[in-house]
Design a protein around this ligand. Structure first.
Ligand code: FE2
Ligand code: FE2
Length: 383
């Protein structure tokens, strides 16, 4: 390549270089001292000398979360043709149209029925008004949770070390944004009023958002997303709710993030054993118990045993917490059996024919594919 060089004043160029070097030394030394004194200093945890974020590349984290998220990226226009989203690229649209031609007449009819604005009508024909209200009660619990997941993941993005972990968190921010806006349209399509947050869920979500530093991982990725994963696993086999399988897949990746992150950046001993943090974690779990009692009526309408569901969620959340290294004052087995006793006591008081059961052995995720997704995340073969 040939360029016609422009003339420069060599002496001025040299002078500018010296001035920059002096300024660089002064600015960085000042910020370095202020940083060490915890009085400010450089704001960005970015290492421009290494051309990486502080913490290094951590390509394994990037591959497990960022690359995988992009491989599994789904578009609402294709999977929820009844929605207002127009997010397919022209090439993806062509592929989708081609796939439509492969369908048999019955499948085309079903697809067209769903593609029309009558999706809402289809839901009305499939479910009674009571069932629709019950589904919206349960789905909106997660719908509101997605708003918080969006906020918490955006805050976590700034907290995580390394280029790989920031790439992973960025995908989570995008996915939570998509979950919130798409789930909102799905819920509104049921055409029943959407309940506000229950007091218990309000407490739970606010404490996840207010949690300091990497404790947010516990509140959101372990606890809230453990519940979300379980609700999607519970409902994604129902007619009109098939798109929840994609949510379920995304959430499984999010619940694995703290474990993958801590395998690269160990929690400090103090972070693990800090008794105040341990108590806070236990306190964060507590509102989840009355929260599920609050959903009992809605679940019953759909033939779901809320106590089995609670046991199933509890087992998964405690497993995730333990794998990530979060201690909670008491060993997980003691927490599980204490909550199981509480659930049985509540059942005895409210259902006279109740017989003692171990709810923590229940599995309420429906569908072979959905169970396989969870088996993968709980085995943590997330690569
Ligand atoms: Fe989500
Ligand atoms: Fe999530």
């Amino acid at each position: 390549m040939e360029f016609k060089k422009a003339p420069v004043n060599r002496r001025v160029v040299q002078l500018n270089r010296w001035i920059e070097k002096g300024a660089n030394f002064a600015i960085r030394s000042y910020d370095g001292v202020m940083g060490r004194l915890h009085l400010g200093g450089r704001r960005a945890a970015y290492d421009d000398l290494a051309y990486e974020f502080v913490g290094g590349a951590k390509d394994k984290l990037r591959a497990k979360h960022y690359d995988k998220s992009l491989r599994l990226l789904w578009k609402a226009e294709q999977h929820a043709p009844w929605s207002s989203f127009r997010d397919l690229t022209p090439a993806e649209k062509k592929v989708a149209e081609h796939a439509l031609r492969e369908l048999n007449p019955e499948e085309i009819e079903l697809r067209e029925r769903i593609a029309k604005p009558e999706f809402s009508e289809m839901l009305k024909q499939t479910y009674t008004p009571e069932q629709r209200a019950a589904l919206v009660s349960i789905l909106s619990t997660i719908g509101h949770g997605e708003a918080y997941a969006w906020l918490v993941s955006a805050e976590l993005l700034g907290q995580l070390k390394s280029t790989g972990a920031k790439a992973a968190a960025t995908m989570q921010v995008i996915e939570e944004a998509k979950h919130f806006v798409v789930l909102r349209e799905l819920i509104l399509a049921f055409d029943v009023s959407v309940p506000r947050l229950s007091a218990w869920e309000y407490l739970l979500l606010e404490s996840a958002l207010k949690a300091k530093g990497l404790e947010k991982f516990f509140g959101m990725n372990v606890l809230v997303e453990g519940v979300a994963l379980s609700i999607f696993g519970l409902l994604s086999h129902l007619p009109g709710l098939e798109i929840l399988r994609l949510f379920h897949l995304d959430e499984s990746r999010h619940t694995a993030l703290p474990i993958n992150y801590f395998s690269e950046f160990d929690m400090t001993r103090w972070q693990k054993i800090n008794p105040i943090a341990q108590l806070r974690r236990l306190r964060m779990i507590m509102p989840a118990i009355p929260m599920v009692f609050h959903l009992e009526e809605a679940a019953a309408e759909l033939g779901i045993d809320i106590f089995e569901f609670t046991g199933s969620v509890l087992r998964k959340v405690l497993h995730l917490a333990q794998r990530a290294g979060y201690k909670m004052v008491l060993p997980p087995a003691v927490i599980a059996s204490t909550i199981n006793l509480l659930l049985n006591a509540y059942c005895l008081m409210t259902h006279p024919a109740h017989e003692f059961r171990d709810f923590t052995t229940a599995e309420t995720t429906v569908g072979a594919d959905q169970r396989a997704v969870e088996a993968e995340v709980f085995g943590l073969a997330t690569g």
